[in-house]
Ligand binder design. Structure first.
Ligand code: PEP
Length: 249
């Protein structure tokens, strides 16, 4: 079995205007000059997707969306479908981010339907899972996350390119991170679900860690067993910080 390259994905969330494309160009230029061990993705807000994919055309930085609707098209004001993301140049999409599960009450069933839509459009889904602080303090982190994994990953993922991201909700944007032992334990539990569901393929699916990954803690986190990359929010907005994290993979 070949171990896939780690994936370092930047989630720009609702940050970034045209000028921010310079940060993406700087990342692409550095990646071209010194090819990293990891695959690198940037997921900008939807308004920048097309311009970013044009700006990075021919570069080895993947451009991705941050969400998609489960339907290919329809009367869904304000939403964006998976074929639309692909049409704008995306080849990857983040799904089930805790900010979507939290602010829009997205359920695992909805996330699973979005995964099917992403696959149908040829996009690589990065499916996010993670417990809240209340759940962790109640000792429920592992059953919550493995339950989300079972319910958010449709059987159709068998044999397809996808990644899972463990993102404890309380670690996102807070500067807090679990211990590497805690990260390793949850990643091992997710791995067990992936192997149970998808056999050998499940053994090689990258499991990213996300939540306050910074240049200072990236090397330690990325060296943790079963950590196959990082999903990076705040620290992906500046090329310098993001490149330092990429170099740590
Ligand atoms: C995220 O939004 O996926 C994330 C991990 O954010 P941050 O790195 O800012 O905690």
């Amino acid at each position: 079995l070949t171990t896939p390259r780690p994936l370092i994905a930047g989630n720009w969330k609702m940050f970034g205007l045209e000028a921010s494309l310079d940060e993406a160009r700087a990342v692409a230029a550095a990646v071209a000059q010194t090819p990293p061990a990891a695959r690198v993705a940037i997921c900008p807000p939807a308004t920048l997707l097309h311009r970013m994919s044009e700006a990075l055309s021919g570069e080895s930085v993947i451009v991705g969306g941050q969400d998609c609707h489960a339907a290919p098209q329809g009367a869904y004001t304000g939403d964006i479908s998976a074929p639309m993301l692909a049409d704008a140049g995306a080849t990857l999409v983040i799904l089930g981010h805790s900010e979507r599960r939290g602010s829009y009450d997205e359920t695992c069933e909805e996330v699973s339907a979005k995964v099917l839509a992403a696959l149908a459009a040829g996009l690589e889904p990065v499916i996010c899972l993670g417990e809240t602080l209340v759940q962790r303090e109640a000792g429920q982190a592992e059953p919550i996350v493995t339950g989300q994994a079972r319910d958010s990953l449709p059987d159709d993922l068998a044999g397809q390119a996808f990644a899972v991201a463990y993102e404890p909700v309380w670690a996102i944007g807070t500067g807090l991170t679990p211990t590497v032992a805690d990260i390793g334990a949850i990643h091992a539990a997710i791995r067990a679900v992936l192997v149970e569901r998808f056999g050998d393929h499940g053994a090689s699916v990258p499991i990213l860690y996300g939540g306050s990954v910074k240049p200072e803690n990236a090397a330690e986190i990325l060296a943790t067993p079963e950590v196959g990359g990082a999903l990076v929010g705040g620290a992906s907005l500046k090329a310098k910080d993001f490149l330092a994290i990429i170099a740590a993979a």
